[in-house]
Every structure is written in C-alpha cells, then in structure tokens.
Design a binder for this molecule. Structure first.
Ligand SMILES: O=C(O)C(=O)C[C@H](O)[C@H](O)COP(=O)(O)O
Length: 206
C-alpha cells in the first residue's frame, strides 16, 4: 500500500492512546464495524506495541498503524509488531530514513511549507499536518495548496466531529485524524457500542 492509498481508506483515522492492551481487539472491532478500518495506535503507552500486535493478529479487517513515531528505532519495532503504516508528529532526516527503511507507508508530520518542501525533495507527497488547529487550521492548509498542490495531508490535532468537514472540503486533504473516536471513559467502561456509533458518524463525513 502506498501512503496515498492509506489516506483514502476512510475519511477519519482514529488516533488511539491505549493503556490496556486487553482493550485493543474489541476497540478495533468496534471502529472497523463503524466503518473506520485505518487505526493509529500511538506509541505513548507501555502497552502500545502489544496492542498493535494483537490488532494485527486478531482483527483482519483493521489496518493498524503506529503513531507517535519519534525515535528512529521505533519505526522498525512497530513494523515488527505488525504495524501496516507509521505516523510521526514531526520529522528529522534520521527518522525519515528509518521509516523509509521499513518499506511501510508513512505519514511524516509537518506544520510549515519549508518542512513539507524538505520531504517533497525526497519524493514524499503524503504527510500529516500536526498540530492542525494550533498551527493554522483549515485556512493554513488551503493556503499551502496554492504553491504545493502535489502534497496531500492528513491533518491531526484539535480535530473533532464538528470541524472535520472544514478540512475534508479542501482539495489537499484526503482524511483527518483524531482521538475523539475513543473517549477514555468509554474505553475504560468497555462501551464498544458507543465507539462504534462515533465511528459510524465519522465515517459518513466527506
Ligand atoms: O503524537 C502523535 O504522533 C500524534 O498522533 C498526535 C495526535 O495526532 C494528536 O495528539 C491528536 O490529538 P487530538 O487533538 O486529541 O485529536
């Protein structure tokens, strides 16, 4: 899969911060059932790699990725755990090289024209725009599309069911990401039908 194809799997990529790897499989099943197959599990918790492994092994319809790839060595570890894509909040030369070496599709994070252009020099045309709302939101991305129409973005950071459509209306946005699909209370209470409903609403965005 190419990074561009990843962006077209669904209008929303749930960003998941998971403390309990035992919750990973029912959580992923609920999101997939609601129509959101691409799921980003952030490497911010001790159980994140285990969660990725379980989703990859037990939820065949999910396309599970690893987010918050900050250290170059995380890229290979995530690939070994079964991640199908990688996402980072920003990018460095070492991180780009490490993500490229996995041969997985990846979305490096950028928040400026210069950062996007540095990646473009390496042939990368699909990126995460992070943190989307604080960095200038939909108007900023709209402005980037003038000089850089060849780049597609997945904005993430401050996006909700209520403002997602503003981004999705832009020609250079193919999907958005966010944590609103997995409210911590609902995950703690194993309220999987709530997650499925949130996913279904998000999947109907366009
Ligand atoms: O660290 C990363 O690589 C991330 O994935 C950052 C997340 O995309 C944002 O933290 C999303 O957070 P919300 O604003 O709650 O939707």
């Amino acid at each position: 899969m190419k990074a561009e194809e990843l962006l077209d799997l669904a209008p929303v990529v749930p960003v998941v911060v998971l403390d309990d790897p035992d919750a990973a499989v029912p959580l992923a099943r609920a999101l997939v059932a609601g129509g959101l197959p691409a799921i980003e599990v952030t490497l911010r918790t001790a159980g994140a790699m285990a969660a990725i492994e379980r989703i990859a092994a037990e939820v065949p319809d999910a396309v599970v990725g690893a987010g918050t790839i900050v250290h170059p060595e995380d890229a290979e570890r995530a690939a070994e755990a079964g991640a199908k894509f990688l996402v980072s909040p920003g990018c460095t030369d070492r991180l780009r090289a490490a993500m490229t070496a996995t041969a997985l599709p990846f979305l490096p994070g950028v928040s400026s024209a210069s950062e996007a252009m540095a990646l473009l020099e390496h042939g990368i045309t699909a990126m995460k725009f992070f943190p989307a709302e604080p960095a200038g939101g939909a108007p900023y991305l709209k402005a980037l599309n003038g000089p850089l129409p060849q780049i597609s973005f997945c904005p993430t950071g401050g996006i909700t069911q209520d403002n997602a459509a503003r981004y999705l209306a832009l020609p250079n946005v193919r999907c958005v990401g966010g944590t609103w699909l997995t409210p911590p209370d609902a995950v703690r209470n194993a309220d999987w039908s709530h997650l499925e409903n949130l996913a279904r609403k998000a999947a109907s965005l366009h």
